[in-house]
Design a protein around this ligand. Structure first.
Ligand code: NAP
Length: 300
């Protein structure tokens, strides 16, 4: 059984991105620029944003962190949300027009009451390096050139890195969210990938009946133990997207991170599996850098 090491793949790809970034700078005097907008001080969001900024700088890119404070609560929640929305929309409009910025990312989730769809839609599709705008999603669906969403793109790279040729294989995806499950299924079914895809969700009566036929299982449910070894065909490849905190008194923070797959039982049956942490996670930021570089190359 092989561990699919997302840190190693991410490192390899980041070295390639840094090299291409240096070449773009040397030949055209252009530094790819990524603006990351954070509203408020949610600790998880702060740590995600910090990691993105650090990776950006390490790749030789220009990082523009923008922090939008949440205005003081005056008792009118609608007004508060509207104020945040207006600030976000004017910030995005400025960044859309700024030639130094090739990628714009709004860290989600936004505070309650703020219309996320309206905010994401305001990002110019040619700077939407998260691949979340309806224009990019539509282009991906019909197979046009676009920014692929980072986590799903990273998942495809990890499957390829495991040594599996997806052509003609049966892939089962568990979870149908707009940011992971559905786009992964779309990428797997593209002609160049050519897998046969089954998409499972909470309305699927017996998920094991499908996963036991799968050559590759991508589990993105956000629930520990959604996938166990008895649900796998021997030799299957498992990509575990889930990140779940479970209480653990032996850890300094009082919790540890686990995926959606029961690692121990799955590892006994699978031929390859991603660990949590250290699997999909490092790939998400890497594909963000990839898209930012692509954007800068396309604009120059
Ligand atoms: P989400 O929006 O909560 O969607 C979860 C999906 O899984 C839903 O479609 C849900 O079905 C389905 N589901 C939940 N429990 C299930 C079960 N027991 N059996 C079958 N399907 C089930 O979550 P998400 O944003 O896709 O994220 C999924 C997980 O991946 C989370 O743990 C998240 O933290 C992690 N994640 C990691 C990264 C990374 O970079 N490492 C990036 C993104 C997400 P219904 O639609 O029927 O409710």
């Amino acid at each position: 059984m092989k561990i699919i090491d997302g840190k190693v793949l991410a490192q390899n790809l980041r070295a390639e991105i840094a090299e291409k970034t240096a070449k773009l700078k040397a030949e055209k005097g252009v530094t790819p620029g990524l603006a990351v907008i954070l509203v408020g001080e949610n600790p998880a969001s702060v740590s995600y944003v910090t990691a993105k900024e650090k990776a950006c700088v390490e790749a030789g890119m220009f990082s523009l962190p923008i922090n939008i404070p949440v205005p003081t609560d005056n008792g009118d929640a609608t007004l508060l949300s509207r104020q945040i929305e207006n600030k976000l929309l004017s910030t995005i409009a400025e960044l859309n027009a700024d030639p130094k910025i090739h990628g714009i990312l709004v860290q989600l989730p936004l505070p309650k009451g703020v219309d996320e769809k309206k905010i994401i839609n305001a990002i110019a599709p040619e700077k939407d390096v998260d691949g979340f705008t309806p224009v990019n999603v539509g282009r991906m669906l019909i197979g046009e050139r676009c920014f692929l969403p980072c986590t799903p793109h990273g998942i495809i790279k990890l499957i390829e890195f495991s040594g599996m040729d997806l052509k003609g294989k049966h892939a089962v995806v568990i979870g149908r969210s707009n940011i992971v499950g559905k786009p992964v299924a779309v990428l797997l079914v593209r002609k160049e990938t050519n897998a046969t895809v089954t998409l499972c969700h909470t309305g699927t009566p017996d998920i094991g009946a499908f996963t036991r036929q799968a050559d590759v299982v991508v589990v993105a449910a956000g629930r520990p133990n959604t996938l166990t070894g008895d649900m796998l065909k021997p030799g299957a490849v498992v990509i575990d997207v889930g990140v779940n905190r479970i209480p653990d008194a032996t850890k300094p923070k009082g919790f540890r991170l686990v995926g959606d797959a029961d690692f121990e039982s799955c590892a006994k049956v699978a031929s390859a599996i991603t660990p949590v942490p250290g699997g999909v996670g490092p790939m998400t930021i890497t594909m963000l850098l990839w898209n930012t570089l692509e954007s800068a190359l396309a604009a120059n």
